[in-house]
Design a protein around this ligand. Structure first.
Ligand SMILES: Cc1ncc(COP(=O)(O)O)c(C=O)c1O
Length: 339
């Protein structure tokens, strides 16, 4: 078997042994199939290719201290994929089918689950797309569901190392009544100009403002935003952001450690009042924000002293990662063992 440098894994694709596939045809889902190919045969007129009729999920499996592999909150990802499917008029993947495909993909690739303590994990990527042929703009009548896995290190390099973010005012990721709340590829294509610009200028990612008024914080590239002040965890309410499962979990963790929580609109000017700020998501876990630069109005908001994350951010991070790695009791019942 390949020797991986588990502690220095990139957030990228590494080939594993198997992936799981399932087709929706004639109004019903077929049997799950196991494949060892990294490729798919796709019709040249598939709606997934032409009209962006596709959705995906991102979730992780972790190796516990006890040598058991556990998946974090898979039921929430299953629900979100159903919501995304409905959002772009695809056949939804039933929860039980989703569970079976995810757990089988992890089990068959268990040798790729990074060891406890490495800081790496097994990223799980469920994917659903319109595979039926159409030329007019309408939903396909056939769909393909795939689950592949790949071992990953942290998305923002350096684990809990703070990152710098840039506010982007000249690109919108999603419209208020558009598809921003769904995890569909089109939102990511729309975000690329801003993300590439931020990266080219040396930032970890971009912060999108609300598309309607450019007054409120939406989200941070592929992660949700949170700010902390006066022992309160504050995160944006918006009709155009992805409802992050990590963020939902951090709200519960914050309450469990005696913090207040608020989900509401966050005006850009409020950035100057936060004691700490961060980006959160499956890939990002928690990436503390060192500073946010708003180049168009010449403003800089700084959060970290000596490049170190704040105390509240660290507490939230340690409890979340502790639960995921089986180091801290799973008081919320979020982890499901892979058997
Ligand atoms: C746009 C966007 N926002 C937020 C998140 C975080 O969501 P989750 O915590 O469910 O991974 C993601 C995915 O990681 C994302 O792609």
């Amino acid at each position: 078997m390949e020797q991986f440098d588990w502690k220095n894994l990139p957030f990228g694709y590494i080939k594993t042994d198997f992936n799981i596939r399932c087709k929706f045809k004639d109004g019903k889902w077929g049997e799950l199939e196991v494949s060892d190919s990294e490729y798919i045969d796709i019709h040249i007129a598939a709606t997934g290719l032409h009209y962006g009729q596709e959705a995906f999920e991102g979730m992780k499996a972790y190796m516990g201290k006890d040598g058991k592999i556990r998946v974090f909150r898979w039921g929430e990802n299953a629900k979100r994929l159903i919501s995304s499917a409905e959002g772009v008029k695809m056949a939804p993947v039933p929860v039980e089918l989703f569970k079976e495909a995810v757990f089988r993909a992890v089990y068959l690739n268990k040798r790729f689950v990074p060891p406890f303590g490495s800081g790496a994990s097994l990223y799980i990527r469920p994917l659903l797309y319109g595979s039926g042929a159409e030329v007019g703009v309408k939903p396909a009548s056939e769909y393909t569901f795939i689950v592949f896995v790949t071992p990953v290190g942290p998305y923002f390099k350096g684990g809990i190392k703070p990152v710098n973010m840039m506010i982007c005012r000249d690109v919108d990721r999603a419209a208020p009544l558009g598809t921003g709340t769904f995890k569909v590829g089109g939102n990511y294509a729309a975000s690329l100009r801003a993300i590439v610009k931020a990266k080219d200028e040396g930032y970890g990612s971009t912060i999108f403002l609300d598309a309607r008024e450019k007054k409120y914080i939406d989200e941070c590239g592929p992660a949700n935003f949170f700010g902390i002040k006066d022992n309160c965890y504050i995160t944006p309410k918006s009709e155009s952001i992805l409802n992050s499962i990590t963020n939902m979990s951090l709200i519960e963790i914050a309450q469990s450690i005696g913090m207040k929580t608020e989900r509401r609109r966050i005006p850009v000017e409020e950035l100057s009042t936060f004691e700490e700020a961060g980006a959160c998501g499956t890939a990002a876990v928690i990436s503390p924000i060192n500073k946010i630069v708003d180049p168009d109005v010449n403003k800089i908001y700084e959060y970290c002293k000596d490049g170190k994350p704040g105390a509240a951010t660290l507490k939230l991070y340690n409890k979340l990662v502790g639960i995921q790695n089986g180091d801290v009791a799973d008081e919320f019942g979020w982890m499901t063992e892979v058997e």
